[in-house]
Every structure is written in structure tokens, then in C-alpha cells.
Design a protein around this ligand. Structure first.
Ligand code: R5P
Length: 297
């Protein structure tokens, strides 16, 4: 493998343990200002130091991520449809390779929609993107199975992941399912699991644990982190599973402890500062020296 390609992959999948924690904040590219991601800059800032890489679009990268960051960027380069449009699967490549290089992307990410109306277009686009990106030593991550109409079972996910790998994707992102090991076994490149819609924190930690146990290199999690009431506590708990080999119980206890500490800190800073009641000096009113009323004498 080319040095540059290998180096960029190892920025995302840490070579010492072959694990990856990616923070997904690219949702706006088809969802607009989705719940709790209305202000991406505010969402990203406290979480950046806890993820191995950040998945964003170029617009959010340029406006909401400090250029001084040392967190590698997974740049979404596909789009074209919205949640209110006709068909979510009608995507094309929206970012040139030159712009991706200018943005110092470590990995390019795009979706393929196997089994949908635009299957052909998206799968061919993946092959073309891999050919272009490999010229510059940039790996490609294929996102599979987004869209609620697609079955997210072992059979479908194995098919979609394998097709992505056959087109040359270097990493595949997909969903967790029963018999997930089989999806991993039939895909020759590393798999990262997407978090999916918001579920209770403990369940999201269980998903993380099961994904890794099933053979995924890690998770690319979005909503289950930043839609949590305690995003920092949540990303740290997820991280403790991905990189610290914590059990679900250990990770959940960590989440609760950090969330509790966070709430206390917030309460303290929200309390109005107790100022001593200002002791207003009673205004010394001079007894008005009424001139003696001569008449009262
Ligand atoms: C979906 O197309 C996006 O690529 C998201 O990055 C992906 O679904 C992961 O985010 P979440 O954990 O919120 O599902």
C-alpha cells in the first residue's frame, strides 16, 4: 500500500489497537439544521479532543472547525438530495479532489445506495472517486444503507458492504445487525458502525460494545452523542469502550458519573452570585430646624 494512503488510514484507525472513534456531524448535508445540531460550531468544540476523527462536510469544516485542530478530517464529498426531496438516494460527488486536498482531508466519504433507484449512479461514483483519490494517496470511506426503506439485516448489509469493498473503498461504514460477524467476515476492508437514531445512552453503549465484539474497528457516532443531554460524558463513555476495552456497565457508570459532575458544575455556574445585601445607610436627615414659631411661645 502506498505510504500516504497507509498513513492517512492510520490517522483514522489507530494502528496500536486497530480501533477508531469517529464523530459524525455531517447530517446537515441532507437534514439541514437537525435537532441539537443547529449550531455545529458549539457542538463540535467540546467534543473534538475526545474523537479520533471528525466527519464533516466542507461547509461545516470551513466555518465551524478551527484550522488549528490536529483531529483528522473525514470529508463527506457526496450529496444532492434532501429529506423533503423525492429520493434520498439521488446523490452525486459534490466536492472536487483539489478542494479535498486544500482542506487537508484524511479520508473522503460518500454514500452508496445499493438496491435503490440510484444504485448504479452511486456505485459507479464510488469506483470513480476511489480511482481519483488513490492518485493522491487519499483513502475513501463508503457509507452504506442510509435510508429507512432499505432492510438493515445481515443479508442486505453483507451485500452492500461487499459491493463497496469491491469498488475499492478502503473503509466501509454500515449499521449493526444480528449476526453482524458475518457482515464483517465477508467484507475484506475494515467496517465502522454508524450510531443511528437516538436511543437511551446505555443502549448506545451496548451497540458500541457489540459492534466491536462483532469485528468492527469502531463506531462513527453522531446523534447518540450530541443529542444526549451530556454529549461530553457520552463521547468519553463510548471512547472507554473503543479504546479502553470497558464493559458496558463500566462505560455506563462512567457516563453517569461524568453527567452528574457536569450537571453540578452547570448548576453552580447558573446560580446567581450571592451578593451581600447592600447596606444602605439610612439617610441622615437632619431634623429640620424649624424656626420656632413665635406664635407658639
Ligand atoms: C449519514 O448519512 C451520516 O453519514 C452520519 O454520519 C451517520 O449516519 C452517522 O451518524 P449517526 O450516528 O447519527 O447515525
Amino acid at each position: 500500500m502506498d505510504w500516504g494512503l497507509q498513513n492517512r488510514i492510520s490517522q483514522i484507525i489507530k494502528p496500536h489497537n486497530n480501533r477508531a472513534l469517529m464523530l459524525a456531524v455531517d447530517h446537515g448535508y441532507f437534514l439541514g439544521p437537525t435537532e441539537k445540531l443547529e449550531n455545529p460550531k458549539k457542538v463540535i468544540a467540546p467534543l473534538l479532543k475526545y474523537c479520533d476523527s471528525l466527519m464533516v462536510t466542507r461547509g461545516i469544516q470551513r466555518t465551524c472547525v478551527p484550522a488549528t485542530t490536529d483531529t483528522p478530517i473525514v470529508l463527506r464529498v457526496s450529496g444532492g438530495s434532501s429529506i423533503i426531496g423525492e429520493d434520498l438516494s439521488q446523490e452525486d460527488i459534490t466536492v472536487s479532489i483539489q478542494d479535498a486536498i486544500r482542506l487537508n482531508a484524511s479520508v473522503l466519504a460518500m454514500s452508496i445506495f445499493v438496491g435503490s433507484k440510484y444504485e448504479y449512479q452511486t456505485v459507479v461514483n464510488l469506483g470513480k472517486l476511489v480511482s481519483k483519490a488513490e492518485k493522491y494517496g487519499i483513502p475513501v470511506l463508503a457509507v452504506t444503507a442510509v435510508g429507512k426503506e432499505l432492510g438493515k439485516d445481515e443479508r442486505y448489509l453483507s451485500l452492500a458492504c461487499r459491493i463497496a469493498a469491491e469498488q475499492g473503498a478502503h473503509i466501509v461504514k454500515t449499521y449493526y445487525c444480528d449476526n453482524f460477524e458475518k457482515v464483517v467476515q465477508s467484507c475484506p476492508v475494515p467496517i465502522i458502525v454508524a450510531g443511528g437514531k437516538k436511543i437511551p445512552e446505555r443502549d448506545a453503549l451496548q451497540l458500541t460494545y457489540d459492534s466491536i465484539k462483532g469485528g468492527a474497528v469502531g463506531v462513527d457516532m453522531g446523534r447518540n452523542i450530541w443529542q444526549s443531554d451530556h454529549p461530553v460524558a457520552m463521547i468519553r463513555a463510548v471512547r472507554s469502550i473503543v479504546h479502553g476495552n470497558s464493559s458496558v456497565d463500566q462505560a455506563y457508570n462512567l457516563y453517569k458519573k461524568l453527567a452528574d459532575e457536569g450537571s453540578k458544575k452547570k448548576n453552580r455556574s447558573n446560580k446567581p452570585t450571592q451578593t451581600k445585601p447592600t447596606q444602605t445607610k439610612p439617610t441622615q436627615t437632619k431634623p429640620t430646624q424649624t424656626k420656632s414659631d413665635p406664635t407658639k411661645k
